[in-house]
Design a protein around this ligand. Structure first.
Ligand SMILES: Cc1ncc(COP(=O)(O)O)c(C=O)c1O
Length: 397
């Protein structure tokens, strides 16, 4: 059984803050400042360029990739870290389309994160081979899978509502029709049990700054199923994805398997921070995390509906149908969220009227949930959100 009091003690959470935004950016592991300080002084400072070999910097994308891979049910040696998720979406989709041959349709849904759709649009413009991006409602995806579709590209857990697709069932249906799958796990990795190998996913991508707690700018990850790894053609054929980067050949030759999805120099400082977070994840069992997350989200829904009737649940009511976040609609949701933040309850806001809260059992417990709802009830029932200062939109909401 995971000791959640012990995991909570490993994070540096500001006094008086209830942090319900780990679905956007996880908090700082207490071990990170000293570890980064050591890395800066002992590795960068003393080893300088020799750190790439001596401190294992160059191997980190694969060694850390395996640790993240274990959290998403990937076979060892089939996940690599690097770049941002947006870039990884592009790489996965480009490789999948290349494998798909003559088929021309990319199937996605309007619950997908916009960057995934934008990258698809940009890729299709660049290819200019008559592809179509077909965007349907999330509940219509299964019916839209047919023999015309080349690639189904979906985000498993909806970033706004937490609604969850059935990855195994949709992947199976896709494969029955010869369709390749690209899964975005941004709101899944560290939030729910994921089994990319078990589901038979062809490609999966995700980030490490949300539930994995790797810090702002932490690297993304990409998974390619072993059956494809030696066949895919990297669209971003960077030198560190080359079979022999330090041969400095003039022509590109893809590296072994997933290594070809590396692009350029890895973010070593970010990966040092991520290791601190993964060490905490080593103390946790994902089944316990999921069970606790469902308890916390159910409790939040129950208390909010009892104490804040102004808010309408926008997430699935059934905990098994959602990830580890909850959304509520309220017309003045932006101002209400600013009022909450001013009182130390941190969530975020998504257009047009969604107040979003993430539940992360590694450092959030039932007491936090009860306190957060009490503060929210005070704000909602006394209209404390109705102040000009709470209505001014910041660049990041
Ligand atoms: C589902 C999903 N995909 C992609 C992205 C974009 O990731 P990045 O900005 O790291 O490229 C996000 C960012 O929040 C996301 O939630």
């Amino acid at each position: 059984m995971t000791d959640f009091a012990a995991t909570k003690a490993m994070f540096d959470l500001p006094d008086g803050m209830i942090y319900l935004d780990g679905n956007s950016l996880g908090p700082l592991p207490k071990s990170a400042p000293a570890r980064l300080d050591g890395m800066l002084k002992d590795e960068w400072g003393k080893m300088l360029i020799t750190g790439w070999n001596k401190a294992g910097w160059m191997a980190q994308p694969m060694t850390i990739g395996d640790r993240v891979g274990a959290m998403i049910g990937a076979e060892a040696g089939h996940v690599v870290m690097g770049d941002t998720l947006t870039i990884k979406v592009f790489q996965a989709l480009a490789a999948a389309l290349d494998l798909a041959g003559d088929r021309k349709v990319i199937l996605s849904d309007n619950g997908n994160f916009p960057t995934d759709l934008y990258m698809a649009q940009g890729l299709l413009n660049t290819l200019d081979r008559g592809h179509e991006l077909r965007i349907v409602d999330p509940e219509d995806v299964a019916d839209a899978i047919n023999d015309d579709v080349a690639v189904m590209m979906l985000t498993e857990v909806d970033y706004r509502t937490g609604r969850m697709h059935d990855m195994a069932a949709l992947t199976k249906k896709a494969h029955d029709h010869g369709v390749l799958t690209v899964w975005d796990l941004a709101h899944s990795a560290g939030a729910i049990p994921v089994n990319v190998a078990g589901a038979g996913a062809d490609f999966a991508v995700g980030c490490s700054y949300k539930y994995l707690n790797g810090g702002p700018g932490a690297p993304a990850f990409i998974y390619v199923a072993p059956r494809h790894a030696e066949h895919i053609k990297p669209a971003l054929s960077g030198w560190l994805g080359h079979a022999a980067p330090f041969a400095f050949d003039l022509d590109y030759r893809p590296g072994h398997g997933i290594e070809r999805m590396r692009v350029g120099t890895p973010p070593v400082l970010q990966m040092t921070a991520l290791v601190c977070a993964l060490d905490i994840w080593d103390m946790a069992d994902m089944a316990d995390v999921r069970a606790r997350s469902m308890e916390l989200t159910d409790l939040f829904v129950e208390l909010v509906e009892e104490k804040c009737p102004q808010l309408t649940l926008a997430s699935p009511r059934d905990a098994t149908q959602r990830g580890s976040q909850l959304s509520f609609r309220f017309e003045q949701g932006y101002a209400a969220m600013q009022a909450l933040i001013a009182r130390g309850v941190i969530g975020d806001f998504r257009m047009p009227d969604v107040m979003r809260f993430g539940f992360t059992p590694l450092y959030i417990d039932a007491n936090d949930v009860r306190q957060a709802v009490d503060i929210m009830a005070d704000i909602m029932n006394n209209d404390l959100w109705d102040r000009d200062e709470y209505k001014v939109r910041a660049a990041v909401t």
